[in-house]
Design a protein around this ligand. Sequence first.
Ligand code: DOR
Ligand code: ZN
Length: 443
Amino acid sequence: MATILLRNGEVGCGLGIYDGDILIEGGKIVKILDRGHRIKGDKEIDCKGKLILPGFIDAHVHFRGGKESYKEDFETGSAAAVSGGVTTVLDMPNNKPPILSKKDLEAKRKLVKGKSYCNYGFFIGFDGRNFEEISLSKNIAGVKVYMCDSTGEMGVGAKSVEDLFKNQKKIIVVHAEDGNCVSKNEKSYLAESLEGRKINPSIHSKIHSSKCASMAVKAVCELAKKSGKKVHIAHLSTECELEIVNKYRKAKVDVTCEVSPHHLVLSENDYEHLGNLIKINPPVRSNNDLFAMWKGIKFGDIDIIATDHAPHALVEKELDYVRASAGVPELETLLPILLNVVNDEGLTVAEVVKLCCENPAKIFGLKGKGQIEEGFDADIVVVDMEKVKDVRGADLFTKCKWSPYEGMSFKGWPVMTFVGGQIVFKDGKIVGKKVGREVEFGG
Ligand code: DOR
Ligand code: ZN
């Protein structure tokens, strides 16, 4: 089989950076070589001055498809992923129609096969009743539970979530905002502000309050404690939630958590210029919460960074507050946001690799992924830490073609992405085929 040799690069791992050449064959990393070796590759790529990282694993994306293909599908979503250095995504089930059964999953698998540039796995959703379908579903990332309505209206009651914890072996990933708490806030805040005035989108952070998030996190941690099951909190966004998670973790409860890039960059102050563009569930928070997320990362309390890439058409964002869709596209800006912080010495390469490659692979049991190691899949991103570029919605691969970071400049961008040993992205262009495969869980 033809070999590829990545020469002269610096390789990043969870311990730091080292000089190494990487030999790829048959879609795998077959050797990591010290400089000065005599091995030759059939194809050789000079990575001098570049950083070579394991392809990022994004454990939280919404690639839509079906009736929502006008805003994203696997083809455009996965192009966005690889252009952003993300080689594996785990796709959420709040589609139209939602993924709630073995049959839905099979249909989704058929639809996606051969259409993805990156590797992928699927979550199954929970509708309060589909216990049996969940048990019948094989090779899934886990069960996604919405404790309040968000895009897709998949919110379920606390009692059924309790039953799920009793029944389930698979990892339960929770959108932790208490539905009753959000509805109550909605009624009171909207009634107040509807008195003849245009609603300011900043109300969203009051309706989806920090208290609603904490209530839900506490409730699921308690269920994980009682049942001894594993729970993962999606897009944690407040200091208070993190304190709760840490408390349960200390008590040996199996809880992990993620933070999304928008909760590391944007805050309530940004409603003024971005309005409904940053209407997201959970919402952007105070600067204090934003700072707490960074602290959580530095202290190792946050396990992973996942984008919650949730594209919506611009026209859906331009509606009034009540009707505007919630969610932002994130895939193509994940690496630049983090690498920019590495350039500013706020994060180390080792921390980024742990948060975006090693830890997601561990938490979700992704076989052969998340590390540049002999025998692992050749899912790799080559990064130019010196490259400076502004974010431009029009240049993005996501179908929605806008970004909450429009005009922001970041230093550190992916320049080449390998999926299963094949180059799929190079110098701003998609250059490969749709070689993405469904991942295997249980590693
Ligand atoms: O803001 C959000 N958008 N939060 C979610 O939970 C879902 C997501 C979407 O699918 O649009
Ligand atoms: Zn989401």
